[in-house]
Design a protein around this ligand. Structure first.
Ligand SMILES: Nc1nc2c(c(=O)[nH]1)N(C=O)[C@@H](CNc1ccc(C(=O)N[C@@H](CCC(=O)O)C(=O)O)cc1)CN2
Ligand SMILES: Nc1ncnc2c1ncn2[C@@H]1O[C@H](COP(=O)(O)OP(=O)(O)OP(=O)(O)O)[C@@H](O)[C@H]1O
Length: 274
């Protein structure tokens, strides 16, 4: 059974100096396809349509392979990689300067890259904003139903989270004082950064989730909202243990899959290649 994770205090960080322009988007990714012959009266022609069933099957197979590898990961290596990945983020200029972000609350039982140091840092310490200090605004996921509906809800404390049916900690829609929490889709200001979980990633920005379609649906809606409001699109950054990084071509891609802009791995930060 899954165990909700405790939020740890931020640890000392490596002084990693990372900077690169992160505003570039990856090109559209190729989609696995099959050639379909259409008989049209006496003419026949070939067209390329996504073979959705084949893609789903390949995704399922890759998910179980990666889950096994995560299960077999040495605990000392896991702990080392958890710290290294979080330190990369905590020292990154795009993290330091971000004002509003969405991040996942990591779940140990799902063997996800730990985000507890990052969440503690965001919730405890104001960030330097020019000459003044302001707190970053944090939104975390809340699953509404099994039909791909996930909201990102603003929280300012970690201790009023409750475990959902998947045993992931998430906020109640109202806070302890009975006030409705802000949904990022209703906010007046855009988020600059999204920290994403997942099962497998590659250097071209492909990302394989757990099969719920929650993030792809949320990202599609949020990117549309940002476009409508003429906001800068948020930077999409995925967190990945080394065993989760795949060679190019290994991750099956469907048309609804949204690529990430950057991958943070234990050895640093990889900007998606264009
Ligand atoms: N920490 C965290 N929060 C998150 C997500 C996530 O991936 N990680 N989500 C991202 O979508 C949403 C929840 N989606 C989830 C989808 C599947 C499973 C899960 O336990 N899957 C099992 C397999 C279940 C099955 O196959 O029947 C597993 O992966 O082992 C958990 C959360 C929102 N919150
Ligand atoms: N934007 C979308 N609109 C409609 N259906 C979608 C969308 N995004 C995903 N889906 C559907 O959700 C299901 C799960 O998708 P997929 O296998 O890509 O999940 P995933 O990799 O776990 O994604 P996520 O990280 O978003 O949970 C599929 O049936 C897919 O077609």
């Amino acid at each position: 059974m899954a165990i909700p994770c405790k939020i740890a205090t931020a640890t000392a960080r490596n002084a990693l100096s990372l900077y690169s322009s992160l505003s570039l988007r990856p090109p559209p990714l190729s989609v696995a396809s099959r050639s379909v012959t259409i008989m049209n009266n006496r003419q026949s022609h070939s067209t390329s349509t996504p073979d959705i069933d084949a893609i789903f099957k390949q995704k399922r197979a890759l998910r179980s392979k990666v889950k096994k590898e995560l299960k077999n990961m040495d605990p000392a290596l896991r702990s080392h990689e958890d710290s290294a990945i979080q330190n990369v983020i905590l020292e990154a200029p795009w993290f330091k300067t971000c004002k509003r972000l969405c991040a996942y609350i990591s779940c140990k039982a799902l063997r996800e890259v730990d985000t507890s140091n990052i969440l503690s840092e965001v919730l405890q310490n104001p960030a330097k904003d020019g000459d003044s200090f302001t707190k970053k605004k944090l939104y975390v996921p809340r699953v509404e139903d099994k039909n791909r509906n996930m909201r990102m809800i603003n929280i300012s404390r970690i201790d009023d989270m409750i475990a959902n049916s998947m045993n992931i900690l998430e906020p109640a829609p109202v806070d302890a004082d009975g006030n409705e929490r802000e949904d990022v889709m209703q906010a007046n200001d855009p988020v600059d950064l999204l920290l994403l979980p997942g099962l497998a990633f590659d250097k071209s920005g492909r990302r394989l989730g757990r099969g719920g379609g929650y993030y792809d649906t949320f990202l599609m809606n949020y990117q549309e909202l940002a476009k409508e409001r003429k906001w800068k699109q948020p930077l999409l950054v995925a967190l990945s243990y080394s065993v989760q990084i795949m060679d190019d071509g290994v991750i099956p891609v469907a048309t609804t899959d949204i690529p990430v802009d950057a991958l943070v791995t234990p050895s640093g930060h990889t900007q998606v290649q264009h």
